[in-house]
Design a protein around this ligand. Sequence first.
Ligand SMILES: *Cc1c(COP(=O)(O)O)cnc(C)c1O
Length: 232
Amino acid sequence: MSSIANNIHMVQQHLSETAKKYHRNSEEITLLAVSKTRPVDDIKDAYLAGLRHFGENYLQESLEKIDTLKSLDICWHFIGPLQSNKTRAVAENFHWLHTVARFKIGQRLSDQRPPEMPPLNICVQVNISEEESKSGCSVAELPKLIEQLSQLPNIIVRGLMAIPTATDNTELQRKTFAQMKQLLLELQQNHPHLDTLSMGMSGDMAAAVAEGSTMVRIGTAIFGPRAPKTAQ
Ligand SMILES: *Cc1c(COP(=O)(O)O)cnc(C)c1O
């Protein structure tokens, strides 16, 4: 077994034990492999180990990988920051985008989504830790943004995503993820189809699963430590 396959096995084991502990069905939790900076051979290993959802952060790099791997039935997620002049490539090549925080981006994506493709799945990124430096929609502006985005024909709002301030304090991790769950529950009153909480990374996946994550985004625990990314 490759070390990637072995790591995936261990992550899956950890996820299912955590789900059980918190009385959740592990089938409701998608393992999204974050493959930014990794070579396509690593993605193939993870694919052979059974994974189908892959997340990328850097547009140019991801487009090359998507093209190289186009014979595989991979569901591609864009999870990096997206400038408005780069929306077309995401609309034309991805199944999901996790980092929408402005109506204008949603509008462009809906306009640019090719008509023969199904609507693009999107999550609204929430600046849940309310950091000045972090991207994401503020909690106060969230209901209006979800309402506006829901009117657009070629995107479908699936739920919320967050990248909380990193901490080793599991209580703090859980508190933040619980706030996300609460936000989703409130939004579901007007938008009952919302079904996704994209939250949890290698360092806080257990806390995220405990609080209701439906999609954990895991890089390091699957592929090992990343080399620092140089500017693109
Ligand atoms: C890199 C990245 C991840 C994965 O982080 P790990 O700590 O390597 O698991 C998850 N989500 C986003 C948005 C990322 O950029």
